[in-house]
Ligand binder design. Sequence first.
Ligand code: FES
Ligand code: FE
Length: 388
Amino acid sequence: MNKTAQAASVFRKTADTFAAGAKTLPQQYFVSEKIFKEEQTKLFARQWVLVGHQSQIANAGNYFTAQVASESVIVVRDQRSSIRGFYNVCRHRGTRLCQDSSGQVRAIQCPYHSWTYALDGRLIGAPHMDEVPGFDKANYSLRPVKLALWEGFIFVNLAPARNASTERGGYMPLEEWFAPLAGKFAHWNLPVLRSAKRIEYDVRANWKLIFENYSECYHCPGVHPALSKLTPYDSAENDLSEGPFLGGFMRIGKGKSLSMSGNACALPLGNLQGENHSRVFYYSIFPNMLLSLHPDYVMVHQIWPMSPEWTCILCDWFFHPEAAGVSDNSYNPDDAIEFWDMTNRQDWHVCELSQQGIASSAYKPGPYSARESIPAAWDREYLRSMKD
Ligand code: FES
Ligand code: FE
């Protein structure tokens, strides 16, 4: 673990980092089309946005598409095993290339006039274009999208490159952006994990409500009776309490996990140290990732704002790649999936109720409790990012 991560690993009780006077955001942030568009251009088109995990495209030719801000992006593993990102736009007359959300191809071929691109983006076939004087295929490769991996997770960034001479504008390189988390999750082996299940949720609530709800357990006793039996709702301690990465851990019993049975349901993810066997870590990673690390599995939510009042959420449950092959019946992923599917739906329900109330003329920003220091910090980071 490097110095940055060590320095960050001082855990403080949630209430101890509360900034007095913090209130929820004004109504417009949850209902306004104008603010929604601003979020798309200022946040989702400028920051590193989670689109998937490398295990989703394990072999050459595997691809998936993602809609990032207003752009459709193709993420593909090329013949040399590199993962690449391209705008999903043909260089001939602009046609959408890949229409499916995932698949396997030998090359990317346009459905219109059959221009064909290699997996590394080079144009390799363009029927009859040799009749066009001066046409050179080398000038019409697919437009690349900046793509980088953090702990096996694939992020893309649509911002223009930073001006090298002034160090201003554009995007920050991924390693720099994630520097505060360097080495922090090494024991969980995130790059090699495999998703056992993905569930897609359509939630009739603003995307920020999902983050705010994830960031506190003040609501746990009333909303999550089963969760509250497994993890004391007031056990949260955070090592990241300001900025784009927020969160910490909550306690569980040793050898236990968050599952329907309350027991671990797969091999430990790695060589977890000390108390990490009895902790579940929850981190929000601005602007669209929720990372929940249990001793035996990792749950990841991708948060995709669709409109001011509608959010699409992709939730994956990742396990050790060898967990399924263990012969002692210890692998029971449904135990975890069922537990969090139930808990997720409880969360989405209260987020939808919040959305309904916030849309009322009676809504005014309300005071956060000291147990909501992390949602308050998330709001501060959000407002800072919207100003940039
Ligand atoms: Fe793609 Fe013509 S638009 S080949
Ligand atoms: Fe919850």
